[in-house]
Design a protein around this ligand. Sequence first.
Ligand SMILES: Cc1cc2nc3c(=O)[nH]c(=O)nc-3n(C[C@H](O)[C@H](O)[C@H](O)COP(=O)(O)OP(=O)(O)OC[C@H]3O[C@@H](n4cnc5c(N)ncnc54)[C@H](O)[C@@H]3O)c2cc1C
Length: 336
Amino acid sequence: MQHQLSLLPYNTFGLDARAEHFAECRSEDDIRTALKSGIRPVFVLGGGSNILFTRAVVPGLLIKNSIEGISILESNDGEALVEAGGGENWHRFVLWCIEHELGGVENLSLIPGTVGAAPVQNIGAYGVELKDVFDSLEAVDLETGETRHFDKATCRFGYRDSIFKQEAKGRYCITRVRFRLTRHQHKINISYGDIRNTLALMGKTDEPGIADVSEAVVRIRSSKLPDPAQIGNCGSFFKNPEIPAGQYENLRSAYPDMPHYPLPGGLVKVPAGWLIEQCGWKGKRVGNTGSYEKQALVLVNYGGATGEEVYALALAIIDSVKSKFGISLEPEVNIW
Ligand SMILES: Cc1cc2nc3c(=O)[nH]c(=O)nc-3n(C[C@H](O)[C@H](O)[C@H](O)COP(=O)(O)OP(=O)(O)OC[C@H]3O[C@@H](n4cnc5c(N)ncnc54)[C@H](O)[C@@H]3O)c2cc1C
């Protein structure tokens, strides 16, 4: 166990917070040993790509999940059941699947972070969410030290949401995740125009394979999103709000260009990035932080920003979107 450790290398926002006590765990037993220290509260850290540290010191015990390993548990002609350790790098896992001709996660290429964190917010991109390929997971209960199995229904996945962001928040460390992936007969999803256009540029319009889709996604993401190695960020800072259809209709008369996506159940999804841009934040710098010039939804650290500074900017953005549109933005990023 380490003490007063700088978290600078452990978060993609590039914030220089410290962990009071820090235990890197490579197995379930390592987690149980760390828990026996009795140090509380306990927090779990993956790749630190979806966390904003707002305090100079994270109190208590920080467990860094470094459980590795990927294996095929079962397979037949149509599909395979694959298990990955919670500490595996997500994109490395995607590449492993593609190398083994296993389909379903290619649209989720290049999402930063770990396999263990992926179910927490049901990661999603380009028309695919983790829940579409999820089978089950194992997690260590941080209160009892026991291992618990969660099936898909128990995880209660929603849009960037799961039980691990609701009543089970902070209670478990997800140690292993199982996925049901296709073999040979893949269900290629190129519903997004960006993917089709990029495949066309790659000369792969004729029956693209999973490796082609992955490469297209990598190209798109690399051109649009800031690389945390160059400029600190956590990807989309806010969720896209889902508003009642009536509220959308009222707004549409004032803002006819407002992009919108009708959802089942009488809700309409509105892109948070558009709302933020309309409030004049896109590319605006405030001290050492700001809204990214190419994508207003991404807040960035220009160097030397504190978590408090980024959080103050997020609150100012929430306030201005609320007063202009009457819509309450919610952070997607976990505020610690
Ligand atoms: C440039 C960029 C682009 C991004 N693009 C996307 C995108 O397209 N789609 C998307 O969905 N997300 C995206 N994200 C957000 C982020 O990559 C995901 O949320 C990712 O799953 C976070 O993984 P992590 O290991 O870094 O989690 P962390 O940031 O370490 O943790 C996030 C939360 O999960 C909890 N947690 C982490 N590991 C575990 C575990 N093993 N058990 C229990 N709880 C755990 C933490 O306590 C914390 O509350 C992006 C981020 C960046 C920086």
